[in-house]
Write a protein of this length. Structure first.
Length: 352
């Protein structure tokens, strides 16, 4: 099953820039939608870790939109993390920050080399589709290449790694194909999506059912702990057929998140800290202690500080918000700050 104990996010800076200068984004709405995604994951039993802005990102200079797409920067499968190597590489400081955080959450962290067999390696996380039993890698011009797939195969030796050559240079593999669960693949109706699915059905070691989604932009979904998150801002009722299947359906408005990078799953990295070698990290111990106090945070309005003392959190909202989950307003989220500057969120404050 698609289980997760933690989710990593990158804090959104005050301004973003796009290669397409005509593209505009509402930063406040973007932050609110990221908060809603974090809150929904939190309600599904996932501990949220937000990586802080780097010193350069705190300046007034605009950051590339790709700077917040942590899902492109790392692939985590069954307790093993692989730091990727996108075409436009992030700063060394960012990758060190992610690596240090993952060291406490996984039992092995690998770094993608710059070259493989004498050729430059390009590997982007959104081109990697893990089904739970095997790994598909989208190979496309200007993005993930064959060398990147070779590195994946070397790191994740327990799973078959299958390459899918793509014609689409703009969108990653997970824009066209997404896992509803470990047996069902969501797929769009475009020629590219249908061609990719045909190759999956031909090359896969296992058989998968398909869920065809009319609007390609709605294909990207996120299943964690039996909760399926999908785009509700696009009229496409296909996911409703899953009602009664044991999966909890959560439609979300991710219009601004999608502008910054589609699918919206690129905005986070999910991992199961209990997977792999059975290693119990310091984060797990902290998470268990934090979880015990969460009810107090939400119901009584107490806030856990870095030293473990409790204080009053103003503006706590009891019960579910209009977005369908418990949240807070007019008050900052309760967090515990780690030594590396990352924060473990113990309650989520939604921007209004």
């Amino acid at each position: 099953k698609m289980r997760a104990t933690h989710a990593l996010f990158i804090r959104i800076p005050e301004a973003l820039k796009f290669e397409d200068k005509k593209r505009k984004i509402d930063i406040e709405t973007l932050k609110r939608q990221q908060d809603e995604l974090r809150a929904t994951l939190y309600e599904a039993g996932v501990q949220i870790i937000e990586l802080p802005l780097l010193e350069k990102e705190k300046s007034k200079e605009k950051d590339p939109a790709a700077s917040i797409l942590i899902g492109d920067l790392v692939v985590v499968i069954r307790g093993i993390a692989l730091l990727t190597r996108p075409k436009k590489e992030p700063s060394t400081d960012r990758m060190k920050q992610i690596s240090k955080t993952l060291t406490d959450l996984t039992w092995a962290v690998h770094e993608t080399p710059t070259h493989e067999n004498g050729n430059k390696v390009v590997l982007e996380g959104a081109d990697v589709l893990f089904t739970g039993r095997e790994i598909f890698v989208g190979i496309r011009k200007g993005a993930t290449n064959v060398e990147g797939a070779i590195v994946l195969a070397k790191v994740f030796r327990d799973f078959p790694v299958i390459t899918l050559f793509m014609n689409d240079k703009t969108h990653p593999l997970r824009h066209h194909l997404s896992m509803v669960n470990d047996k069902v693949i969501a797929v769009g109706t475009s020629k590219e999506a249908q061609s990719l699915l045909e190759r999956v059905e031909r090359e896969a070691s296992f058989r998968y059912k398909r869920l065809t989604v009319e609007d390609e932009a709605a294909v990207g979904c996120l299943n964690v702990n039996d909760r399926l998150m999908f785009r509700a801002d696009i009229k496409d009722p296909k996911y409703n057929v899953l009602q009664g299947s044991g999966i909890e359906l959560w439609g979300m408005d991710v219009t601004e998140l999608a502008k910054a990078g589609t699918p919206f799953s690129r905005h986070c990295v999910l991992l199961d800290a209990n997977a792999g070698n059975g290693r119990a990290s310091a984060y797990n111990s902290l998470t268990r202690s934090v979880t015990k106090s969460i009810k107090n945070v939400v119901i009584n309005g107490t806030k856990t500080s870095a030293n473990g003392t409790n204080g009053t959190q103003n503006g706590t909202q009891n019960g579910p918000s209009t977005s369908g989950y418990a949240g807070t307003s007019n008050g900052s989220a309760a967090v515990i700050t780690e030594g590396n500057g990352s924060t473990i969120v113990t309650s989520v404050s939604v921007h209004q």
